[in-house]
Design a protein around this ligand. Structure first.
Ligand code: 5GP
Ligand code: MN
Length: 331
């Protein structure tokens, strides 16, 4: 159902690897988003039912808004991991275009382990022993549905996790989805999950810190009509002052995207030793191309990059220099 023949082969290969191995590491990019986390937790439950041991670990904790998901309390940040006896023979890596996006949890994956790479980023480096990369899929959650379904292990818990993957990676069904996505969602809904309750948990659960961060971002909101771009800068000081975390910027960037007459928006964030740019586009503007020019990557509609050893002012100057040279009205 909705899979090409070659995809069917890959799904069956992944399922073989799930059956064959015993101890799994489930991971995603350093700070997992709804898609990465949804997949980690879906497979946490699937592997339990297959009688396997699964450790869900990320470099940092996932956003708190997802704490309603079944299994959230099982997710470990790397620094809290102490167990010595757990020797993984396989790892599932979700939503990562390259291995280094995983960060510290890589240290726990032995050379001998079978790495299963499931992703939907264009330009994935195919770092796994088994790779399923499909840039036309809305989310890794959409892809994971087929594995759960193949194994006959799609239950309500798994469906709830995968629904969150799809809901969040499509921006609540606003972008990057097609009729396949809706068909998958239809199967997920048949398990009895409650989409209204899930949306309420995901979107009406903002921390005060995230809202205060939004306040600061809106005060410093800027707009450049030449490039139809809206943007804002968030210094490390602001993050410290209000106790906001990196993840709190998702809300900010979502609101920025609503500014009228914009092709794309970006947030510049000051980190200890780098300046991080998060870019989001509207319509069909490609922000991945811009991010790649600065050594980053992502999707056409959501991308990012970092500039090291540079001040905030110089990084922004360099960014606009690039825009002046490369972005024209016809883009
Ligand atoms: P965010 O702005 O939320 O950090 O990232 C948006 C998208 O761009 C995500 O899909 C993320 O994987 C990708 N991305 C962000 N920063 C980088 C980067 O430095 N390198 C690469 N390759 N991808 C990035
Ligand atoms: Mn994703």
């Amino acid at each position: 159902m909705f899979l090409s023949d070659s995809e069917k082969k890959t799904v069956s290969k992944i399922c073989d690897a799930l059956r064959k191995n015993k101890n799994f590491i489930l991971t995603s990019h350093q700070v997992p988003d709804g898609d990465g986390l949804g997949c980690e937790l879906a497979f946490f439950w699937i592997l339990q039912r297959l009688g396997k041991k699964a450790l869900v670990i990320n470099e940092l904790l996932p956003p708190r808004v997802y704490s309603f998901l079944p299994g959230f309390s099982e997710v470990l940040p790397f620094d809290a991991y102490k167990e010595k006896e757990f020797i993984p023979d396989a790892a599932m890596v979700f939503d990562c275009s390259s291995k280094d996006r995983v960060g510290k949890p890589l240290l726990l994956i032995p050379e001998s382990a079978t790495v299963i790479n499931i992703d939907h980023h264009q330009g994935n480096s195919l770092f796994g022993d088994v790779n399923w990369v499909c840039k036309n899929r809305s989310s890794v959650g959409e892809m994971s549905f087929f594995i759960a379904n193949y194994l006959g292990l799609l239950d309500k818990r798994v469906a709830e996790c995968l629904y969150v993957s799809i809901l969040t990676d499509t921006g609540s069904f606003r972008h990057n989805f097609n009729s396949d996505t809706i068909n998958v969602v239809s199967e997920l809904l048949k398990t009895g999950i409650d989409p209204e309750n899930i949306a309420d948990n995901v979107y009406h659960n903002n921390s005060l810190q995230a809202l205060k961060l939004l306040g600061y971002a809106l005060i410093s909101l800027q707009y450049e009509p030449t490039f139809k771009v809206a943007w804002s800068v968030l210094s490390e000081q602001i993050f410290k002052k209000i106790g906001a975390t990196e993840q709190d910027i998702e809300l900010v960037i979502d609101i920025l995207r609503s500014v009228e007459k914009t092709d794309f928006v970006f947030i510049v964030k000051e980190r200890r030793d780098e300046i991080k740019f998060s870019l989001r586009s509207r319509k069909h503007f490609n922000v991945r191309k811009i991010a790649e020019n600065f050594g980053g990557g992502g999707h056409n509609s959501a991308a990012g990059f970092s500039i090291r050893n540079c001040t905030l002012e110089l990084a922004i100057e360099e960014f606009f220099r690039y825009l002046r040279k490369n972005i024209t009205d016809s883009d």
